[in-house]
Design a protein around this ligand. Structure first.
Ligand code: 48H
Length: 262
């Protein structure tokens, strides 16, 4: 006989609603909102939250990891090159050294460890949330937050008005589609933002490019991960993830320094 405590149905519902609402209300205003829980977004979330910034990650899917889960062509492995192994060591990912500065690891282990690192350091992650627009102000032009809706709403084709969340910094970590940057380029002409589009594969160049070009795009708006290459016309690199991790760390360092005013 198992002594399992009875929790009635309405109590389960009450607890979920009460605590979810508390979290949402707490996060109507954050220091940083990261759009996308792929490798770049989760790495950024880890370093930002670890530095004590109130960090919210919004992810459209009900899973995290972005492109990591698919490994390479669904084979469950990812390649990482130095110095990104520093990040693997810091968050405790198991890997095998397969060459000078080259490492191989299991994609699911990577997702689990990165998620734990971000979550344990205090980042809040909301799943099933689609960011469809941004909040802006003029004179001077700045981005002040995001506009979001449950992902199920656009999938169902419903006309439902979204809600808005504010942040001192917003990070586009949406991957190949650079969705937030595309919204800004289309809807805020005075931003003068133009996306050059990602180029075909050149792995070593793509990896360097993504880290070098990770930046603040406009006041309040930053870019990390594959969205960087979509913005500046950098090549893709296939299933090697050093650039994504280092880009996530770099964007966090930029934001920490900007928000602390040095
Ligand atoms: C909420 C959104 C929205 C939105 C997208 O694709 P990702 O893994 O992105 P990165 O940049 O962290 O990593 C890229 C890497 O996975 C990759 O694709 C590589 C290295 N490709 C090389 C190659 O040659 O192909 O994650 C982005 C996440 C996803 O989970 C999306 O669901 C999510 O962002 N997302 N979430 N609102 N509007 N748009």
């Amino acid at each position: 006989m198992i002594l399992l405590k009875d929790v009635p149905e309405e109590e389960i519902t009450r607890l979920i609603l009460k605590h979810a609402m508390e979290d949402w209300i707490n996060y109507v205003k954050s220091d940083v909102i990261i759009v996308g829980a792929g490798p770049a977004g989760l790495t950024a979330a880890y370093y930002l939250a670890k530095a004590g910034l109130k960090t919210l990650v919004l992810e459209r899917r009900v899973t995290v990891g972005g492109g990591m889960g698919g490994g390479g062509n669904l084979f469950h492995k990812l390649v990482v090159a130095s110095p990104a192994n520093e990040i693997l060591d810091e968050i405790g990912v198991r890997y095998e050294k397969v060459g000078d500065g080259v490492f191989i690891l299991d994609s699911v282990q990577m997702i689990g460890k990165l998620l734990s690192a971000a979550s344990d350091s205090g980042a809040k992650i909301f799943l099933g949330v689609d960011v469809e627009d941004i909040i802006y102000r003029e004179n001077p032009l700045r981005i002040e937050g995001v506009v979001c809706i449950w992902s199920a709403v656009p999938i169902a084709g419903l006309h439902v008005d979204p809600i808005a969340l504010k942040a001192r910094a917003v990070v586009d970590a949406t991957g190949h589609d650079a969705e937030i940057l595309n919204v800004v380029a289309k809807k805020i002409p005075e931003s003068n933002l133009k996306l050059l589009g990602e180029k075909s594969m050149w792995a070593p160049e793509g990896e360097k490019f993504v880290v070098e070009k990770t930046c603040r795009v406009l006041p309040g708006l930053y870019v990390a991960g594959m969205a960087v290459n979509a913005l500046f016309g950098g090549p893709r690199m296939g299933p090697i993830f050093s650039g994504m991790l280092l880009s996530g760390r770099k964007v966090a360092q930029l934001i920490i320094s900007d928000l602390r005013g040095h």
